[in-house]
Design a protein around this ligand. Sequence first.
Ligand code: FAD
Length: 420
Amino acid sequence: MTQKLDAALFEARAFNLSPQQIELTQRARTLGQTTFAGRASTYDTEARFPTENYQDLFEAELMGICIPKEQGGLGADFKTYAMVAAEIGRYCGATALSWNMHVASTLWTGQLVDGLDMPESKRLGHNRRRSVHYKRILENKAIYSQPFSEGGAAAAGSKAFSTIAEPITGGWLVNGKKIFASLSGHADYYGVLCTEIKDREKPSRRNTLYLAIPANETGVSVEGEWNPLGMRGTVSRTLIFNNVFIRERELLMPRGFYIEAASKWPHMFFTLSPTYMGLAQAAYDFTVKYLRGEVEGAGTTKRRMYPTKQIAVAQMRVMLEQTKALFYQVISEASANPTKDQILRAYTAQYTVMENANELAQLAIRTCGGQGMLKSLPLERIYRDSRCGSLMLPWTAEICIDRLGKACLYEQGESDEDES
Ligand SMILES: Cc1cc2nc3c(=O)[nH]c(=O)nc-3n(C[C@H](O)[C@H](O)[C@H](O)COP(=O)(O)OP(=O)(O)OC[C@H]3O[C@@H](n4cnc5c(N)ncnc54)[C@H](O)[C@@H]3O)c2cc1C
């Protein structure tokens, strides 16, 4: 019997989806429901990278989703990507989160850089270089990742990265370490943020470089184990760079433009949210199906007739709709040079999606009861995976709250120091 496809997370008519958005979200939902959902438990149990899912993502052309059309990709924009990623997150959080790292490397070098002012000569050089990366993905099935975190204050945006790129003839020598590097040992290129250091000058965030480091380059190694609470299939181990020679063509953004992008296109850090939007929907979907006696492998007992269950599902629905509406607003308004309100809304949405995804999973477990949280069912994995969202730098739940509180009460340049 063929399985009925789940309803769209963003209903086409209600959310005014374009034909491309309808087609791509359906493509992702079909792949997620018919294929990824069935494999998710194995990747989670074994903390194994979802290699088979990546083969399917290549086949479905979704690995090039944000590569511009004129360079051979599907040319999806930020908003379209976010809705497609949410559909994948619904069925396998680890696949959606790690796929985000790959796609962000094409979105940042594509739509994002295209929206920034840049001298024509720089843009020509960037277009030439990015076509090398895009060809690797489209023709050689290369996978990119985004290891930024180092364990210090750099990933939160407070300090320069400790991973250093020293200019030498034809490129750089890179030295450093990245922790929680999703796709380590599985990506073909690590899109690394590091600090260019010239003539013993002090490390500065202004000199941040975004470089693609080939995984098989001499001096690159992966160490440590990966045995976390959730998102186990991301395989986020530690990467070491020991005197790795990187050629100039591996520059993913022109010099100085990562910092420019971080301040002018701040929604670039919102790309981690869609995975968790999908997990929020998954927790709700599971609960409805479970109470109706329709979850495969959980028997056919119905529990929907109890008023407490109805109230719980109503509360979950309210929280889901609130989360979805805010998420949708933020992905719709993401662009270069947002207003202060738009930035604060993005922090609010990131906080809301990350916290509500776990809150919904927690409510789902309480509502479905003991049999619903057995390891043979997806809910307990959704619960563990969803807990990880608030920890993602640079926009952790805490940092979002910190920035929101300050920005609501202070305008640019204001301080209380002079007041007695
Ligand atoms: C499943 C998973 C996959 C990941 N994949 C990747 C990846 O592919 N690439 C990557 O770069 N990183 C990745 N990360 C790493 C993530 O972004 C964090 O770097 C990681 O969780 C370690 O951070 P920490 O909480 O130990 O950081 P710490 O710096 O020790 O921070 C602890 C907490 O303190 C708060 N904090 C930190 N700095 C500030 C500040 N300046 N102001 C206010 N509060 C602050 C934050 O809320 C933070 O959660 C991943 C993490 C997880 C859980």
